[in-house]
Design a protein around this ligand. Structure first.
Ligand SMILES: C[S@@+](CC[C@H](N)C(=O)[O-])C[C@H]1O[C@@H](n2cnc3c(N)ncnc32)[C@H](O)[C@@H]1O
Length: 289
């Protein structure tokens, strides 16, 4: 079993909206715990049995990669990310991190990431970096063995409250969506994933969604498992959106003052909590035998 970090020979070409520094790593690790909390202990939903090769795409800090490595000690588990992943002392022996661009999975320098080799391909929260969803999903289909599973977990962009979508008129959301589109991102990827998977040839495609709540209101309505995530998102999301927004709208003709006004709009629109949420979609499907 290997435990190396494979570095790319050529420089990765795409860049993510948030720098992979210590505070971002802390945020991702905490978010991982809280996603597991709302899923009542689950990390993935695919019915995986006795896998021998697993790939975690855009693995971030490797929280899911570690989980998969220790859950399936007989499998080789690969985590791919553009950023360098610094392994922790408790890294399972069967985990290998590969620094590569997920738009070019088949071109990675890791010889084990090859067509027909994977039992499970997992990805989570690639919404702010992935620009080629349908071809990425076709590539995952090619990487999987027959009967292998692909699972995609993503948030859907608009904000809802109890009456429906509330963010359509928000100025920062309009700018955010336009900026994302100009950069080739698809903020509807969460809801399109199932169709993309079927088009790529996956069968038994299933979806499940969870609340991505802004504040504690879900817990106050009896869903205690959402309390910590709600608090965390209320604290973290405005700052995160302000940072991503200024990257997304760069080069679109906004003055610094206009960008600052949009950032203030983020804070103001996200002041309300009751009923406020986005949706978090889990989509999984099987490559036919
Ligand atoms: C929001 S984080 C999610 C990390 C992890 N999947 C999780 O759920 O904790 C997105 C990750 O995608 C990575 N990323 C962005 N663009 C990438 C690319 N072109 N190739 C590989 N990784 C990329 C970033 O470095 C970051 O670690």
């Amino acid at each position: 079993m290997s435990s190396t970090i494979t570095q790319p020979k050529k420089a990765p070409k795409n860049s993510y909206q948030i720098p992979p520094n210590a505070s971002e790593h802390q945020r991702l690790n905490r978010q991982h715990e809280l996603i597991q909390e709302i899923m009542l202990g689950k990390v993935f939903h695919s019915p995986i049995t006795h896998p021998t090769q697993i790939l975690d795409v855009g693995c971030g800090t490797g929280a899911v990669t570690y989980y998969l490595g220790s859950t399936f000690p007989r499998a080789e588990v690969y985590g791919i990310d553009l950023a360098t992943i610094l392994p922790k002392p408790n890294k399972p022996e069967n985990v290998t991190f590969v620094q590569a661009d997920y738009h070019d999975l088949l071109g990675s320098e890791e010889p084990h990431i090859a067509p027909g080799t994977m039992d499970f391909v997992f990805s989570r929260l690639l919404i702010s970096g992935m620009t080629t969803w349908p071809s990425y999903i076709r590539t995952c289909h090619a990487l999987l063995k027959p009967n292998g599973w692909l699972e995609i977990q993503e948030t859907e962009f608009p904000y809802y409250d109890d009456s429906g979508i509330v963010s359509e008129e928000w100025k920062w959301c309009q700018a955010y969506q336009a900026g994302a589109k100009a950069k080739g991102l698809d903020l509807s990827c969460a809801v399109k994933a199932a169709d993309w998977m079927r088009e790529a040839g996956f069968v038994d495609v299933r979806t499940k969604w969870y609340y991505w709540p802004h504040g504690e209101w879900m817990a106050d309505r009896g869903h205690e498992e959402y309390r910590n995530l709600g608090n965390f998102l209320k604290r973290e999301q405005p700052r995160l959106y302000q940072a991503i927004l200024s990257n997304l709208v760069s080069g679109m003709g906004y003055s610094d003052e206009e960008v600052r006004a949009l950032q203030r709009d983020v804070m103001e629109t996200l002041e309300v909590e009751e009923g406020r949420h986005k949706n978090y979609w889990v989509t999984f499907g099987r490559k036919p035998s």
